[in-house]
Design a protein around this ligand. Sequence first.
Ligand SMILES: [Zn+2]
Ligand SMILES: [Zn+2]
Length: 469
Amino acid sequence: MRIRFLGAAGTVTGSRFLVSGTSTQFLVDCGMFQGSRAIRRRNWDAFPVPATDIAAVVLTHAHLDHCGYLPALVKQGFSGPIYCTPNTGSLVPIILRDSAHLQEEDTAYARRAGYSRHADPQPLYTSQDAETAIGLLLPRDFGQAFAVTDEFACRFDPAGHILGSSTVSVTETGPSPEHARVVFSGDLGRGNHPLLKGPHPPLDADAVVMEGTYGDRDHADVDAEMEEMAEAITRTINQGGTVVVPAFAVDRTEVLLTALRDLMDQHRIPVVPIYADSPMALAALSVYRDAINNADPEITTATIAEGISQIHLPGLHEAHSTEESKKLDTPGPKIIISASGMASGGRVTHHLKYFLPHPNNCVLLVGYQAMGTPGQQLRDGARSVRIHGQDVPVNAQVVDIEAFSVHADRSELIDWIGSARPRPAAVYIVHAEQDSASALASQLEDTLGIPTTIADDDMTVDVTAGVTG
Ligand SMILES: [Zn+2]
Ligand SMILES: [Zn+2]
């Protein structure tokens, strides 16, 4: 089989891998590029292959950088099935509707405020395109192979990253006696997720395409980071300030709520109102609640035993409408959790504009911050950030907490590929900035002796059973 890397090669976003045989081709993931303006601009390029020639899409999980381009592909004529796990099938509609809505909103705002470079800014896709893509979703259970085209079958196995997340095994099914198999890691979880079971090892793979987001570092000690977070929240609340947390709406909000509940139970932070300010986060929260209530096989036994009180807080308020969201922009002790996680768009940008200039407030960064995003500038100590074409002074305290990462770190990535049986003949690293990818590649070659290649943008490789070149 042939793999062409159409995104997440040399960068962390825009996961799209084209798998082709002699007569059919399909995509593993169909993600959006996020981050700096230069990277985001790639969303506007014509898709490198005619969308009508793609037979199907197989999704690893519901994050925007893996599914967010689907409506754009549909807009260009794609009409095949989009295979995903059942929980991914519940989360993708939430993500795509929100993404389309955000783009429509941001376009309208840019038009009104006149800060776009374009005379007549247009969204990448509309809510209608998102609905058409949602209509193509076709859930398949974990652990069961299903035919994708005449030449290929796929199987989902748990990846432990977010609810529904999976690795994808792609196997040739043609008439030749030798069938090559490639495992795509998707995004890998950590094995210590408070709600989800850990990732499944890659089995019988000739080659593995694996993520390397944190390939150059290990996550900091969780207890120390929780302490740092508790101190920052307590200090802010005691001086009458507001804590703003830009958070990926799916999963991060759930993990964060679990942690805040623990800190409040242990009296390590004051009990203050917490606002979940993202309609997407609230919708995702109910998918997690259902999974816990239904004792979904992805959920840990301990979580099922404890029930949804794990992610339910007495002081939790939900801001559904834009009006409710705007009302939060007043001084006073509270915690606001709002998307997007890299502060590159969405409601959190309005909160940051309001809260960043005042030193009593605090911004907690809890997720990956891609190069060129306001989140990355805040993390790196910028004195001002540009939001909606305006320079906003940064006087609030900024605290970076990595404890909430739902990505495997260097050791966990090495453990995962080390658990492969048998050893794959080749590994291709994707979904990583250059430094992380190089660090991980040399580790894999040195410690495990696996020939490792950092995927280049638009690179093509052929994988044959037993031999990879
Ligand atoms: Zn992800
Ligand atoms: Zn990702």
